[in-house]
Design a protein around this ligand. Sequence first.
Ligand code: PEP
Ligand code: MG
Length: 844
Amino acid sequence: MAPDTLNVPLPPDLVRLGANPVGKEEAIREAAQLLIASGCIDPAYADSMLRREGVANTFLGHGVAIPHGMVEDRDLVRRNGIAILQVPGGVLWNEGQTARLVVAIAARSDAHIAVLRRLTRLMQDEERLAGLFTATDPAVLLTALSEDSALPAATGPAVDLAERFEWTVDYPTGLHARPASVWVETARAAPGRVQVRHGDQTADAKALVALLQLGLRMGDRIVVSAEGADAATTVARMKAAITRLTAKEQADAAAAERKARAPVQGWTPPTALPAVAGVGASPGLAIGPVHAVLSAALTVPDRPESLIDGGNRLHEALNLTRQQLKALADDTARRLGPSEAGIFTAQAELLNDTDLITRACQLMVEGHGPAWAWHEAVESGAARLAALPNPVLAARAADLRDVGRRVLARIDPSLRGGTLRDLPDTPCILIAEDLSPSDTAGLDMARVIGLATAQGGPTSHTAILARTLGLPAMVAGGGGLLGVANGTPAILDGQSGRLYLNPTEADLAAAHGWIEEQQLRKARQEERRGLPARTRDGHAVEIGANVNRPDQVPVALSQGAEGVGLMRTEFLFLERGDAPGEDEQFETYRAMLDALDGRPLIVRALDIGGDKQVPHLHLPHEENPFLGVRGARLLLRQPDLLEPQLRALYRAAKHAKPGALSIMFPMITTLTEVETLRAVCDRIRAELDAPAVPLGIMVEVPAAAVLADVLARHVDFFSIGTNDLTQYALAIDRQHPELAAEADSLHPAVLRLIRMTVEGAERHGRWVGVCGGIAGDPFGAALLTGLGVRELSMTPRDIPGVKDRLRDSSLTALHELAQRALACETAGAVRALDGGAAGEGGAP
Ligand code: PEP
Ligand code: MG
């Protein structure tokens, strides 16, 4: 970046307060006059600024306009500078756009980035910005517009801010995206600038990419400094946040090290086969033809448009992508686990990076289209990350590109990469330059049996996801991998990281033999998973899986699921740009029932709101969505959502084995809600001449647990959503980064609510299930069973552990355990009761 970027001079004579121009042209001329008087521009540049207005809109939004000259007139700029015209009464810039702050920019190169960066920030702080429109002291404007965030590579001696502390990086894998996003979050809570310096390099601690680009490694000495109001407190908070992460980073690294050192046994082909060598990323053997998705560098056409439209589109795309990532994190947390979900939370943080956004804005101000500008900003940031010597950080380039592509697809849907949609129907080993985490998370497992990438590393998020998905994978195969012709028969060993090409019959036979052996071993395990969760004294607990899509059912069944206890239908809406209609929903529910082949399926009606926002429904923003129009409350207000879903469900019920399908409603709080929903169900059932379907409710709100004996009369079953019940009982946001760990569903208060629910249900002969996360915890499952819960539904991979635990216990012992837990005073005391299954064995 050019050195003059940092030094846009702003002497007081370049500010005019209380101006009252009659129109836009006069405003631009007045502002230009300030620049002329200070010697920044040739007088002819004023005309150039006016000409620019004819071809582009320089209104940035929020009452700010940034007139500047044409690119070809840059030689009329004598030195970089900006002038500010404050127009308290406003001047009409364009139809419907009133400017109150006219920031005229004279820039020979890309010097106005600094100003734009500042403006971007001010625009996020509307209150402060509004103050600038009427400020009577030029110093207020001067400070606001000349404060610049530090850039990643400032030239000249780097200077620390007023308050500071020194720290030696003690994270074994350096500063990577996940801890960096905590630093950024902490820094963003501070009112003033926060900076991290390493040698001559400084980075704005509020900008994730800039921080990562410092490339901090274990042992690096850095200075964290802050200025502005409360700088000392800010520095203390930064220090606390930074050092608090040390233990986790070290523990994670030690665990990764242990894993890496664990003995690995790759497969050896009997003949000397040509092979592409890479790094093993996810163990297992895959045999099949290769299919390369050679992502030709994405060509993003440059379609300039007005700054305001482009800016709006970028803004909207960023917001939608944030929500989409949140939904993806949520779904991944449920399907694969919280640490895998953290990948997408960290990706979302990349979107808050002002460097990225400013760079894109700056390119748009230069006249480029929003898609092109965004793509360019992402690519340059990713290229710098990829060039870092630390492989962990370099791997984050893929994250930045991934998240960048999501935004791009939102700006212009025609740029949505279609590569993975065009896979052959027969299973293949997928070859790619690199694969984004979201592509990996969304892979069609029926068509992809293995993954081999030219780039990436075993610590990349793609590799982590492949391991979680159980998909054999190798990474870092190099350019040679991309030369392998499509359809070439191959054997991929994800353990040793080898792709063997053109295997002979003998190799294939050996590989098949090896796979069979592995499968036999797995089958033995699966056989045990298939046993019912029957306690030693003969009490059987029903075990369901929480799955949302028909293609996930076979995996759930192979893990030992006896049905689906929770199908979260909002995921049919979350990962797409529109709402599925009745017919499409009907097909999905029918496919679920078919996949389950007569086993029970409990479909939860849409639970939208709270942590599951669906952008395309354009629901009003809520200050506190967890306590707002969520779940049943929304359904009752939006028959256009509720009724097509119920019709689709009752239509599916007509094809289902009697009793296989049940419907339940989320976030029930009152009896009136239950009665109204039941009436809608009855009407739709009658209209469709469909069979009766058991209707249940989720017990997630303490009120529903306390009133269980009342509600039980009106429903067929309860399913306790312990995730929400815990959140609402303990008043802890389930996604709160600091508190979420304390939201323990085994808190005695939650256990007592569960007991009340069971008692209320039993009074009317209803059964109670649990489909929140604690059902998948073996100790939690034991306790719930002891409390009288009859059905447990969980993430499929938790099933074998839960079944084992229950099979090793006796119901009598579990009843006693539950009584002891109910008498505990703290969640810790409850957890301390966990003596393993042995402690609950009881009489055989
Ligand atoms: C719950 O709240 O426990 C539950 C299962 O629902 P969700 O996690 O989808 O809110
Ligand atoms: Mg819930």
